[in-house]
Ligand binder design. Structure first.
Ligand SMILES: [Zn+2]
Ligand SMILES: [Zn+2]
Length: 121
């Protein structure tokens, strides 16, 4: 299920909810920017959390209106060769409008929220 190639390096499956429900949403803007990020990094990127159904979002402690529940956010594992801070900066440069760095968990949250860019972590 959800085996559908969205861009050169991303498949819809990679964005599906991790609770097992297999529900998925992925905004085309999010995918386009992730592909741009992937091309810049030049190696595979691992999405640790893409779409989250409302139940799963609650379980993992996400805010109720999280962009993960709209298919507009992804948590991306920090690729080798980058610190989490460097990778977050690159995500800002690519043009993600929401960026949060989580050095303790070694990932960066990115989203394509409307409005001015925010770096919230
Ligand atoms: Zn789910
Ligand atoms: Zn996130």
């Amino acid at each position: 299920m959800n085996n559908f190639q969205l861009s050169e390096n991303f498949n819809l499956r990679e964005f599906q909810c991790k609770c097992g429900c297999e529900t998925v949403k992925a905004s085309s803007e999010l995918v386009a920017k992730l592909q741009q990020l992937r091309d810049t990094v030049g190696k595979p990127l691992v999405i640790t959390s893409g779409y989250r159904c409302p139940e799963h979002n609650k379980k993992v402690g996400g805010v109720s209106d999280s962009y993960h529940t709209k298919g507009m956010a992804a948590d991306v594992a920090c690729p080798t060769g980058y610190t989490v801070g460097e990778f977050a900066k690159l995500c800002q440069d690519i043009g993600f409008t929401g960026v949060g760095a989580y050095p303790d968990k070694f990932f960066v949250h990115v989203d394509v929220r409307p409005g001015n860019p925010v770096r919230f972590q």
